[in-house]
Design a protein around this ligand. Structure first.
Ligand code: HEM
Ligand code: HEM
Length: 173
C-alpha cells in the first residue's frame, strides 16, 4: 500500500518500524499463531517451545515494534532533530529484527525436536531438554544480536531524546 501510494516519507527509520510491525505481527501472530491453533496440531505442540516461537515473534511484532515506530516518528518532531536515517537507528532496526527472526527459528527447530522426542518417542521432559541444548546455544547467539539492536535504540533515545536549550528556545519575534 505504501509503494502504491507513491509518497516518499522523509523519516526512513519510522517507516521501517511501521512497515516492519505490520509484516512481523502478520507472520508472528497471524501465520505462526494460526499454525498451531488447529486441534490436530495443538494436541502435540501445546505448551512447548513451538508456543514460545509464536509468542516471541507475535509480541515483538505486534507490541514492541509499534512502540518503537511511534517513538521514531514522534521523537524527531518533538525535539526538532532530524533523526530520519541515522546509522545507529538503522543498526537498531536490522540487528534487533534479524536477531528476533533467528531466535524464532531456533525456538521453532527446538520446539519441533521437543514435540517429536517428548510426545512421539516418549522421552522424559528433562532428557529432552538435554538433547535440544544446541538450539539454545543458537538462541543465545541470536538473542545477543537482538540485544545489541535494542542497545543501539536505547543509546540513540538517551543521546538525542532529551531536549536541550536549543530545542526548547522560544522564538520571540
Ligand atoms: C498480537 C497477537 C498475539 C500475541 C502477542 C500472542 C502471544 C502469545 C503468547 C505469549 C502465547 C503463549 C501463552 C502461554 O505461555 O501460555 C500464545 C499462545 C497461543 N497463541 Fe498467540 N498471540 C497472538 C495472536 C495469536 C493468533 C492470531 C493466533 C491464532 C490464529 C494465536 C494462537 C495461539 C495459540 C493456539 C496459543 C496456545 C499454544 C499452546 O497451546 O501452547 N495467537 N500467544
Ligand atoms: C534476549 C532476548 C530473549 C531471550 C533470550 C528470550 C528467551 C526466552 C525463553 C528461553 C523463554 C522460555 C520458553 C519456554 O521454555 O517455554 C521465554 C519466554 C517468553 N518470552 Fe522471551 N526471550 C527474549 C526476549 C523476549 C522479548 C523481546 C519478548 C516480547 C516482546 C519476550 C516474550 C516472552 C514471553 C511472552 C514468554 C513466555 C512464552 C511462553 O510461555 O511460551 N521475550 N523467553
Amino acid at each position: 500500500m505504501y509503494r502504491k501510494g507513491e509518497k516518499k516519507h522523509p523519516n526512513k527509520i519510522a517507516l521501517n518500524w511501521t512497515l516492519g510491525t505490520a509484516i512481523v505481527s502478520f507472520v508472528g501472530a497471524g501465520l505462526l499463531g494460526l499454525a498451531h491453533t488447529l486441534p490436530q496440531v495443538n494436541m502435540y505442540t501445546h505448551g512447548t517451545l513451538v508456543t514460545a516461537m509464536h509468542g516471541h515473534l507475535a509480541f515483538w511484532g505486534a507490541y514492541a515494534m509499534i512502540v518503537f515506530a511511534i517513538i521514531s516518528y514522534s521523537m524527531p518532531n518533538m525535539t526538532g532533530r532530524k533523526l530520519y536515517d541515522t546509522t545507529t537507528g538503522q543498526l537498531a532496526f536490522w540487528l534487533s529484527n534479524i536477531g528476533m527472526v533467528g531466535m524464532t527459528v531456533a525456538f521453532g527447530v527446538a520446539g519441533v525436536a521437543q514435540v517429536y522426542l517428548e510426545r512421539k518417542v516418549g522421552l522424559e521432559f528433562g532428557d529432552v531438554q538435554k538433547e535440544i541444548q544446541v538450539h539454545f546455544f543458537i538462541l543465545i547467539c541470536c538473542a545477543t544480536m537482538f540485544t545489541a539492536g535494542i542497545a543501539c535504540y536505547i543509546y540513540e533515545f538517551i543521546k538525542y531524546g532529551t531536549p536541550t536549550d536549543e530545542a526548547l528556545e522560544v522564538k520571540t519575534v
